[in-house]
Design a protein around this ligand. Sequence first.
Ligand code: HPA
Ligand code: ZN
Length: 309
Amino acid sequence: MEDFAARLPKAELHLHLEGSVDAGMLHELDPAAPLEELRALYQYADFNAFLKSFGAVVKRLERPEDYALVTRRLLERLAAQNVRYVEIIIAAGVVLWKKQEFGPIFDAIHDAARGSAVEVRWILDAVRQFGVEPAMEVAHLAAARQDRGVVAIGIGGSEERGPAEWFKDVYAFAKSEGLHLTAHAGEGTSPESVWEALVLGAERIGHGIAAVRDQGLLRHLRERDIPLEISITSNLVTGVVKSLEEHPLRALYDAGVPIVLNTDDPAMFGCTLTDEYRLAAKAFGFTEAELTGIAENGFRYGFGRKGVT
Ligand code: HPA
Ligand code: ZN
């Protein structure tokens, strides 16, 4: 299995650029910052503490060159794991919150991804609890960059402090512009939150693990062919799932819901995509044939190319 998971051609559909930044990279960007202080950012007691740390890491990415450097590092790591296709989520909502200009940052990461062995597309994420206005701005930023590989918008952050229904007009606008739609939902909350994301028109659900508690929702996801972007280690580290034994991956898979495996925030959760596949095999008995099918889902459910340069 060790070699099988490593060799398998893989795709990632739920991977935050900023969550791929480790303490070493932050130190490289700011050598004056004590390493111990930077390492302390990578400890979280719960999901909300994780969100705070995520924000603190993003704050340390100041210049477009910083974003470019971490993009190159991420793509090197993905190529080494035989990841062939990736949709990288950019916390555009946090860029706006930092009062930075998004254009030069996107230009820098787009340039950094040129020539990579990994085929790259981008998803611009808004932050739920920041509200509708900045989310609409994120949708406009995404719509204007579809010729450069932006394929979708999403919402992340706190489901409790930013209900999906707030973003109805944002998603309708994004759809009318030809963008695809995804949303973090049902991560630490409820099946209702997943239903709300579906009402918005989400074509994939980030996490969505709460769906396991709603048979009707499982049926809906299966029949409408809507995949869940699952990240096992993420769920354990943020504490939304209390133990590996309690993780619903096997139950969701057995219910016929399309599954894609992802790292979410690999540096912040100390995981790799290859290890997520190994974990699925070890903890839940996924066979090589099943893992091959899951890896194929990564390509099948990708939002893909449309006249990209
Ligand atoms: N959920 C919500 N917000 C996030 C996540 C996540 O998994 N990762 C980064 N921001
Ligand atoms: Zn995420």
